[in-house]
Design a protein around this ligand. Sequence first.
Ligand SMILES: Nc1ncnc2c1ncn2[C@@H]1O[C@H](COP(=O)(O)OP(=O)(O)OP(=O)(O)O)[C@@H](O)[C@H]1O
Length: 269
Amino acid sequence: MSYAVRVESLTKSYGSHTVLKGLSFQVKKGEIFGVLGVNGAGKTTTLECMEGLRKYDSGKITADGRVGIQLQSASLPAFIKPMEAIQLFAKWNHTKVNNSVLSALGINELKKMKYADLSTGQKRRLHLALAVIGNPDIIFLDEPTAGLDVGGRISLHDQIGKLNNQGKTIILASHDMAEVEKLCDRIAILHEGRIAFMGTVSELTVKAGGQYDIKITTELGEEHYTSDQIGETMFKLLKNYQTRNLQILDIEINRGKLEQFFMKLTEGE
Ligand SMILES: Nc1ncnc2c1ncn2[C@@H]1O[C@H](COP(=O)(O)OP(=O)(O)OP(=O)(O)O)[C@@H](O)[C@H]1O
């Protein structure tokens, strides 16, 4: 099979509330696939059905490989130490603890701490380590960087990239456009139980009009520009500021339209 997970006509209701209305998509082996949507769009439900943790009403899901899961919220006993949790999970998985994974995720530094004393970022790193301890082929991450500061996000993104470079397929849920833009090969945007968009971020950018908003701050204040040829425009702008002998204090570039397009899709416009 060239795909890691195949989802066909997946439906799921909670009582009379139909959350998934026939989703079909495939996740290719070795890719980072993002499931996006606003709060309540059904990202966690989709992931949990794919993980085999939640019953669905109809459809078919096939996974090819061992699965590792990081849930959206998870908790361990307050007094357990990170290494005890790691050893426990390794035993369950009939596997040996991979020390390179532990050092990559900075688990060794947490050795002496109790679970209850770990920060949000440290807990997330531990949960990711527990998800990958069984050497899975497919890793599910539900909003892996929620609640993390900038440093924590960058470090976790780095670890996710490294796991992907080792050939792991990664499926992550997020509502952070910047996160999926940085990490994902392809994304599916859920809206009202259906897939409103599926493709690469570049395809989404083209659909959205491919416009960048640029803000340049100098001692004279802020100046705003838009461009669909970011490289060329930035080159010209920087030359222009140099000619005008203006010192640039800050540059901000946003895929403004991409966020707007996401809002438009998810608002059903
Ligand atoms: N166990 C449950 N019982 C009843 N309704 C549920 C249950 N789990 C989820 N729902 C409802 O299903 C819908 C989708 O929830 P889900 O958690 O899958 O969305 P999500 O996109 O992951 O949201 P978030 O971004 O807030 O995590 C929501 O309206 C939610 O209230």
